[in-house]
Every structure is written in C-alpha cells, then in structure tokens.
Design a protein around this ligand. Structure first.
Ligand code: 9YT
Length: 129
C-alpha cells in the first residue's frame, strides 16, 4: 500500500510551479496505478489554454473560485467547491482563476510521469514507458 502526504511533495521535483498554477503530483506513472493524482492550485486572475489531446482528466474543485470555458462552443462553467468536471472528449478549454486560489484534485489517465507542463498548444506530451 502507498501512503503519502501532499506536504512530502512540496519543494520536490513532483511539485511543478508555473506562473498560472502549482501542481503537487502525489501519485505518478511510476506508482503503477493506471492514473496519476494531483493537487493543483490555480492562481487568481490567470488564464491557461489547455488541450489534453493525449490524456483524460477529471477535476474535483475543493475551494476557491474560477471558470472553465470550452472552446468548441464557448460555454462557460463557474468553478467552486463541489464542482467536478471531466474532459471526456479531450475538450480544449480555457481555465481561469477567480478572485481566490482555486484548489482542485485532478486525476490523469494515462498517468503523468511527473514533469509535464503545457506546450504552446496546451498539450501534455504522451510519455510511453
Ligand atoms: C485543472 C488543470 O488541468 N490544471 C492544470 C494543471 C494540471 N492539473 C496538473 O498538471 O496537475
């Protein structure tokens, strides 16, 4: 069994800090679970273009506020505690931070190896083990 605390990840290579978000990747591909599991903080007032062509992602919002806008149809969804969204169609979207840090828990399938950041198209590369 694997038992970890998110604090163990802070300040290590498994914590990715960008201008728009901080991702603490607690379970990764190397853990052989078939998914990776992260805590992510979306920084207030930021806007991130995301298109996970190679991955499925589900996101559970825990605290704070923000917004997601799907690019294909321009629909906007308010994000806050209790909201769950799943990018089951690899949906290209804008992710916007609100007035307070938005803390979410994210699951990726296939799992991330841990160092991924979005490329210019908002994509994470697919890493083949
Ligand atoms: C919700 C979302 O996709 N945020 C971007 C970072 C991502 N959650 C990650 O790499 O942990």
């Amino acid at each position: 069994m694997i038992v970890r605390h998110v604090d163990e990840v802070k300040g290590t290579a498994q914590e990715i800090v960008t201008a728009n978000w901080t991702s603490r990747r607690v379970l990764l591909a190397a853990d052989r679970m078939g998914f990776s599991f992260h805590e992510t903080i979306i920084h207030p007032g930021t806007e991130t273009h995301i298109h996970y062509c190679n991955h499925l992602e589900a996101v559970w919002c825990i605290e704070g506020d923000g917004e997601i806008e799907t690019i294909a149809d321009g629909r906007k969804y308010a994000l806050g505690p209790g909201v769950v969204y799943a990018l089951d169609q690899h949906d290209e979207h804008w992710l916007r931070g609100g007035t307070r840090p938005l803390r979410v828990l994210c699951v990726f399938n296939p799992p991330l190896s841990g160092r991924e950041v979005h490329d210019a198209s908002g994509v994470y590369p697919l890493e083949v083990a």
